[in-house]
Design a binder for this molecule. Sequence first.
Ligand SMILES: [Zn+2]
Length: 728
Amino acid sequence: MGRSVVARALAAIAAVVVTSTVLVGPGSAAPTRPEPAPPSVVGLAPVTVRQQVDEPEALPRRKGSVPLRRTETFRSGAIGGSTRSGASGASTLSLAPDGAASATAAATGKVALRALVVAVDESDFGLPTWKSTLDRVGAAYDVLLTRDSALTAETLVRPDGVGRYGAVLLTTSSLLYAENGGYVSGLTADEWNLLWTYERDYAVRQAVLYGSHGTWPEDYCLSGVSEGAVGATPVPTALTAAGAKVFDYLKPSAQVPVVESYVYRTAVRSDCSATPVLSAGNDTVGVLSPSADGRERLMLTFTSNQYLLQSDLLAYGLFRWASRGLFLGEQRHYLHVDVDDWFNSADHYYPDGHVESDPGYQMSGHDAYNVSLRQQALRQKYPLAGGVTLGMAYNGGDANLNAGNRCYPNGGINKLTPTTRCLANQFRWINHTLTHPELNFTDYATSRAEIADNLAVASRLGLPVDGSVLKTGEYSGLGVYNPDPDNDTDPPTDFGLTASNPELLRAARDLGVKYLHGNMSFPSHRPACFNCGTTHPLEPSVTVVPDWPTNVAYHCTTPAEETAFYNSFYGPNGKFPFWPTNLTYNQVVSAETDVALSHLSSGSLYSHTFHIANLRDYGSGRTLLTDWLDSLLGKYSAYYAVPVLSLDWPALAQRAAGRNGHFAQLAGGVDGVFDRTAGTVTLSSPTAGTLTVSGARTAAATTYGSEVSTPVTLTAGQPVTVTASPLP
Ligand SMILES: [Zn+2]
């Protein structure tokens, strides 16, 4: 079957969609490096993780402190009563705006599995970091914007006395904002005391994303050493022994690089009690600091934003600590990699920019065998990646159906099929259609044959393939294509999933396909929630689960080719100029694995896409893909103590679909309540469905590092109680 060249993924370069998220901090807004904003090209990966945010700044300062009223309590049920106590430290607060009598029951030992994020307003620098951290987990939370909203007893406690929040997350320790030439607090003294009383009575922890030494509104037992802005050159920070326990998913020896930040270097004072968790040299930049009234507080003393590795590494840990590991959702780390077009041929890009397509690049038996060796070597070099297994998206149209099943370690192109059969169980196999046609407008019979005949080839060759998953050539048939079918050079248009090929969808459904690969660089393929899929609007039995594209180009086989290609796009004279100078190969790989590391560290489930040209042994067994893996796993292993999980595609897709169900439960008002006395979590929901709960044990629970999480299936209105398993 003389199939010609396929996968003209890069012939379809789309319009540049510039994504820049601008956050307004208090004060001036100098842009960060590098300029301009990174290009985001349909079909290609982002070129860097760094996005534009405002320059981080020092915290506003305020003298004095908010008087702590230790005797106020929810335990009597009196909070929310009708008399304003003033600053006397009296035992009741009056924060109900209408002065109505209290309806608040006495404090119970019960709190909801829900976080309270406390910020100044929507422009609060720390708000997107907390939100992205919680959205990645799939946690339940509310945001209190203190500039415009009052904090009342009813904000914190339900009428039955159950605490509404199991974790309090502050963007800054002071919540000050500029007004009339000075700084004012988003919380009044009464409101601060109400929050502290809640934390005290319900034993709820408070985590602060960014704070400093100083006493307003309360003292964290720190003195200032020095402070200042940090740019792209990292300040290395290290976990202390106490920090290694709080952030036990990190390697105890991990050096967390703090960049693009304003950093307070502090010291713990001798006249009070606090324990450093993170240090920069001899200075403290993160601290566990019990308050004078016994509340537990954890604070970092530098800014982070949601694009930075330091946030990925630390913000989840702040939340996990504050919630004692009891929350809805979960965070784990995954590494999934797929290689497209096995058995097929590819365009071949040369360093001078010309492309050969006939025959282009073809994989040999040696290349196939080599990658099996390299996969094994990577697992051994990086024990955290011991389960990583490559997925091979194959086009059976060019396979030799009469081949034997011997491995040919030095075999040529004609030994690819027997070597593939020999290695059948070393990799995972993904149906990529028989001949890789564009399926945007194919009829039912053609679409069906491309899917079914490719499965028949796998069956004949003994390759295990799950028919519930389909990856079409160039993600075709899913609403992204060039309106002119002969135009291979201009950008495709994203017409949306409703512009998918209905005949392809019908054929896929009839053949039992439940999951179609999509692409995160196509806006219409990006799911509405983190790690979710998209239920196809034309065929609800099919879920689109996106892949991450990379800039390791589909038609490059060597470092020289990849480097030339990359710079032709992103170098100073490239199509989408971004870097101030052309990058070397090592710099290209490092930039690409920084992007991939951001996926791994954020907990992204999605797979990364490569092509067979990237598996060519270009010398000493090295390949572009395994160079990328080596770099990525080296970075991951320098930070993390927990493994990267590697699911097969049906399991990956089922997990994505499960996340849809989880977020549907969140939207539908699912409620989880931790009963400290009973040691249980009780879940109830107005709607039936399944969600994931961390810090709870059932027979279906799984562990990850020190964490445990479990799916819980609910019937509408029927509470389910499971065993709580809080972290220390
Ligand atoms: Zn392909």
